[in-house]
Ligand binder design. Structure first.
Ligand SMILES: Cc1ncc(COP(=O)(O)O)c(C=O)c1O
Length: 391
């Protein structure tokens, strides 16, 4: 075997569904020399990460920390700790990631009831109420920001509704946290998970989670052992609390990154950050629509950080994304599941939600679409976005 030359990829602008570009300060923080995971300085950093995560999740939940793995492990952590074989769980499916929750819950031997909604639409509270009344599940699971369709599910009143039926509420905030409001305590969410590589402006590798006292009580009443050693919260909690029992070697550098990512969010302010995402979304949306593109998610429920649009008739999906990547260094996402080959997903997450990115993306898209045969009014996308910025 010949030894490869050092890896030095061409620069990219990551405008897909994630990972999104990490903030430059986060990348700098990752160059901090390693510490041992039981070093008092590292423990201090972990305490700060937990404290900052509580502020970003808007919760007082003690059991709030980053799982050492990606968003899917956050999903799995919630399910393996809260479900036992035979437990009833209702899963709201309106896209690809709802289906992933179903797959995981089925593997755990839970009694899974799937509540379905058309891809691109969101659930109405009345439909969920009827289902809860009928099924009385232990847990209801729902995705707040469905990355496959760009649909934004309202969560505000769901916790209270679930608790009327003695049901726990689990929320997937993988694409939501750091981009749109997530209010764990006000919305009475019992189990929530996210990821580091989207709204938090860090690389992939950590999955922040948080559990309410109600969820902790449910875990303590389990009849059986959690069937997954790595994600068993009864073991991880011993590392997180005072006795600092070794559980696994924490990814030191990723926690440095998270520390900086969270610090930057709190410095900016949550409300300001949510408004920034809205503002850049309004500009991008105006530009995309001026080029004749339509959103896959229903009007009024479109995520600012994930803009999923239908590919115009006659335009080749793979050719378009290849051209964006090779000629402009821009990565956008293709469609998932039902939307495979039919949609492009343009992410404006965390650090990437800014005017320079919006204007570049629109200009590049105009050229690519035109080369691939679509009729795009010249300059219309950038002009419409600038109208929003200059208003
Ligand atoms: C809504 C949602 N849930 C779960 C996941 C899984 O996260 P990960 O790919 O970090 O494991 C993703 C990934 O994009 C997602 O968008």
């Amino acid at each position: 075997m010949s030894i490869p030359i050092p890896f030095s990829p061409a620069p990219r602008l990551l405008l897909g569904p994630g990972p999104s570009d990490a903030h430059p300060n986060v990348l700098r923080a990752m160059m901090t020399p390693l510490l041992g995971h039981l070093d008092p300085q590292f423990l201090q950093l972990m305490n700060a990460n937990q404290e900052m995560l509580r502020s970003v999740f808007l919760t007082k939940n003690l059991l709030t920390f980053p799982i050492s793995a990606t968003g899917s492990a956050g999903m799995e952590t919630c399910l393996v700790n809260l479900l036992e074989p035979g437990d009833k769980v209702t899963i709201c499916v309106k896209g690809f990631f709802g289906l992933r929750i179903v797959d995981m819950a089925q593997r755990l031997g839970a009694q899974v009831n799937v509540l379905e909604q058309t891809w691109g639409k969101v659930f109405d509270l009345n439909l969920i109420r009827e289902s809860l009344q009928r099924e009385r599940p232990k847990l209801l699971a729902i995705v707040q920001a469905e990355t496959s369709t760009g649909a934004w599910q309202p969560i505000e009143e769901l916790g209270q509704l679930c608790h009327e039926f003695d049901t726990l509420l689990m929320v997937d905030a993988v694409t939501a946290l750091g981009c749109v409001p997530v209010r764990v305590d006000d919305w009475q969410i019992d189990a929530i998970y996210s990821c580091s590589q989207k709204g938090l402006g860090c690389p992939p590798g950590l999955a922040p989670v948080s559990f309410s006292p109600r969820a902790v009580e449910a875990m303590e009443k389990r009849r059986s052992k959690v069937p997954n050693w790595y994600l068993d919260l009864s073991l991880i909690r011993r590392y997180l609390t005072t006795d600092r029992m070794y559980h696994h070697t924490l990814p030191i550098t990723m926690n440095y990154a998270l520390h900086e990512g969270l610090r930057l969010i709190l410095e900016e302010g949550l409300e300001t950050r949510w408004e920034r995402h809205q503002h850049n979304h309004r500009a991008l949306k105006a530009g995309l629509q001026a080029m004749g593109l339509t959103y896959t998610a229903q009007e009024g429920h479109q995520l600012p950080q994930l803009n999923a649009v239908r590919i115009p008739d006659g335009v080749d999906d793979a050719a378009g994304r290849k051209m964006l990547l090779e000629e402009f260094g821009i990565e956008v996402g293709g469609g998932l599941g039902e939307l495979k080959g039919k949609a492009w997903r343009i992410g404006l997450m965390g650090y990437n939600s800014r005017p320079a990115v919006v204007l570049l993306a629109l200009a590049a898209l105009e050229q690519v679409l035109t080369k691939l045969g679509a009729k795009v009014p010249p300059g219309a996308g950038v002009a419409a976005a600038n109208q929003v910025y200059l208003a």
